[in-house]
Design a protein around this ligand. Sequence first.
Ligand SMILES: [Fe+2]
Ligand SMILES: [Fe+2]
Length: 360
Amino acid sequence: MSAIIPPNVLGDIPRTPAGLLSNREKDRLIERAFLGLYRWYTARSQETRNWNADKSFDWRAMNHDLPGEIITVVQGFFAVEQYAPDYTSSLVNLVRRSHGRSHFQMRWGSEEEKHADAWENAVLFSRQRSPEWIAEYKERLKSKQWELPFPDAIHNLVYTVFQERATQLNYLNLMKIAQGKSDKPHLKDVRDPVLAKVAQTIAVDEAAHYNFFLEGVRLYLYYYPQQTLQAIKNVIAQFSMPAATLVPNWEEFFETVYRAGIYGPRDFSRDVMQVAFRNLGIESRKKLEEGIKATREVPDFEDDSRVQTIIWDTFDYGSVEGDVRRLHVKIQDYENEIGFSELDPTEFIENPEVPRTAQE
Ligand SMILES: [Fe+2]
Ligand SMILES: [Fe+2]
């Protein structure tokens, strides 16, 4: 997060007030936590979610008579996921200086790649799209390239939290339809245990992704509250699903998803935004926006302390600190298990800017 400053302006850098963490130190702490979390995540991913897109599902048993709109949905999910190489290369490059984050993005990419292959298998084995049609569709998709929705790492990190949660929700709601649990009359007779298992398996991965990125945003929120709150506000102001501008007939897909009761603006607000807010100690969008606005209204000549007070009042920093502490305990348990703790343990360092008296 710290700026790269040319040597000729080094003299202009404000010195970190005594007792506070410098940006360099904050960046080091965030990087260490990311690295520890990434090691924990990888072990867990291999132990609990090591499925295969071809062999983990009984593809021949897939329902051959699924309604056309379910095929439209599955095809759209495939279209979004098949940009996995673009997502991964852009994100790896963005965070290439961070060991924990760049290696994580490769692991993440390897999981997203499985999602693309599993959804493609589902389209193929539905027997409602020919292999030639799929090949042509893929060619059309691949002719366009996905690009980062935001130029900097913090905004993209925040974006990914909302995106992973939204994706998980989409898949869980398709799973319910495939289990015959749709509350839409025209879909209540749909049954496909294979499709239900695919949707559920991928949704579990998306939940793990959501959690990883959520922990990352909590770290930034704890050490860099002002920039992170601003990034959250910016991301929700213009949130859309990835590849929405790249996939042909996106509107039709989006309409179908909405009419099937899978995902729409209300779901985003209630089951994505509010869930993520709760996990980040943010009470509501209104409270977030008011907090950010209030910091701008502090006149320049006043000292920084009023801005600081407003920022820390904008979210529940106590709960975020508790979450960041728990993350460190999880990493430390993992490091104890391996033996890293004897050589190079990850430690939690409190942010001294957190208002202690109000908290007690
Ligand atoms: Fe995915
Ligand atoms: Fe994901």
